[in-house]
Design a protein around this ligand. Structure first.
Ligand code: PLP
Length: 391
């Protein structure tokens, strides 16, 4: 008899992995216990000596969280993964595990806003400085990376969805001896697997596609045993930024539909993007694959886009006329969401050099949910018509 599992898509294989539960249960149990008992003194002593791996206390390990971590490692092609209480906990834990006072890190200018604020606001207190580069300027990276400990980047990038050749940038960092930390939230493991292209550590905000229902805030880091071990033993027990068993279970549930959700978001997004591009009021639609072909590491454009309107469209009126799209930050769930950039583009913050790049007040970011392309297109066209000033 041949093993049909070996022919499955890697993502589906990860979803099936370790799903044999007691009593033949189809859904994994939620281990809500804070602490875990040992049968004998000898068992407890062996665990403390590190000779066994049974869970001790849920701040550092929990069976439901561990099941999720094993699947995340498989999904990204990593040796190990750690799941944490938010995407920001994943980013800060990974950085703090790697840097020492006196180190310098390099980050792309268009990084996720709170990661940028962490680099500017908190790292200098620990004696760690950050240099910023444009992701599509490899020469600037080559100059800045010399002597740096870490290179942090993302692609597609926040808001404008610029894409870079991550394999090329990973090679530049590797030659300089810097560790690469890559935020893969926008592509999801279904569309990009950076560890297979030379990246050392991948982070995800699992609040987005991985959980997929706008009901979880969670994050993870995936990479080698050594690097994940450094986070697991050197940082996360002390920061205490653990993921709850229930939220881990919600992400496990979300993963089961991840492949078909991504396909559906992408299919509807293509229809909506094409409809918007035809309108006279629309000056640009920013989406991976529009201004340049998708890089060879990225297998799809996802469900996000940013639309730029000309001066005839009143943006607050457009936002208020939407009936299906909701006005909200975040993305990756069932619901279509709109986020106007005039809210995001602000005067420089006193405590951070963060300034969104390439974003104008005429832009609105759209997340295309699962309501179906036709109703979403109708909602947008109706709101644009309502918001367009005559003449
Ligand atoms: C949302 C997001 C984060 C932060 O994740 P949280 O789960 O909200 O802490 C980091 N990176 C990207 C690209 C995101 O979209």
């Amino acid at each position: 008899m041949s093993n049909v599992f070996s022919d499955l898509d890697p993502a589906i294989r990860a979803i099936f992995a370790d799903e044999r539960q007691p009593h033949g249960a189809i859904a994994p149990p939620i281990a809500t216990s804070s602490t875990f008992a040992f049968a004998t003194h000898a068992d407890l002593a062996a665990r403390y000596r590190g000779e066994t791996s049974a869970p001790i206390y849920s701040r550092t390990e929990n069976p439901t969280v561990r099941l999720l971590e094993e699947k995340l490692a498989l999904l990204e092609g990593g040796e190990d993964a750690i799941a944490l209480g938010s995407g920001m906990a994943a980013i800060t834990s990974a950085v703090l595990a790697l840097v020492r006072s006196g180190d310098r890190i390099v980050a792309i200018r268009n990084s996720y806003s709170d990661a940028h604020r962490f680099f500017d606001l908190m790292l200098p207190r620990l004696g760690v400085q950050t240099s910023y580069v444009d992701a599509n300027d490899p020469l600037a990276l080559q100059a800045a990376i010399r002597g740096a400990r870490l290179f942090y980047f993302e692609s597609p990038s926040s808001y404008v969805f610029d894409c870079v050749d991550i394999e090329y940038l990973a090679r530049i960092a590797r030659i300089a001896g810097a560790i690469t930390l890559f935020d893969n939230s926008f592509a999801s493991p279904m569309r990009q697997n950076p560890l297979l292209h030379g990246i050392d550590l991948v982070v995800h905000s699992m609040s987005k596609y991985l959980s997929g229902h706008s009901d979880v805030v969670a994050g993870c880091v995936v990479g080698s045993h050594a690097l994940i071990g450094a986070i697991r033993t050197g940082v996360s027990p002390f920061l205490g930024s653990k993921l709850s068993a229930f939220e881990a279970w919600l992400v496990l549930r979300g993963l089961r539909t991840l492949p078909i959700r991504i396909e559906a978001h992408e299919r509807s997004a293509a229809v909506v993007a094409a409809a918007l591009a035809e309108l006279p009021q629309v000056t640009r639609v920013l989406r991976p694959g529009v201004s340049a072909p998708l890089p060879h590491t990225l297998r799809g454009a996802g469900g996000l886009m940013t639309v730029e309107f000309d001066e005839t469209v009143d943006i607050p009126t457009f936002c208020d006329a939407l009936q299906v799209f909701r006005l909200a930050v975040s993305w990756g769930g069932f619901e279509s969401l709109a986020l106007p950039a005039d809210i995001v583009v602000r005067p420089p913050e006193p405590y951070s050099r963060h300034q969104p790049q390439g974003i104008t007040k005429r832009m609105v970011r759209l997340f295309i949910g699962l309501e179906g392309a036709e109703v979403l297109r109708a909602d947008l066209l109706n709101a644009i018509t309502t918001a367009t000033k005559d003449g």
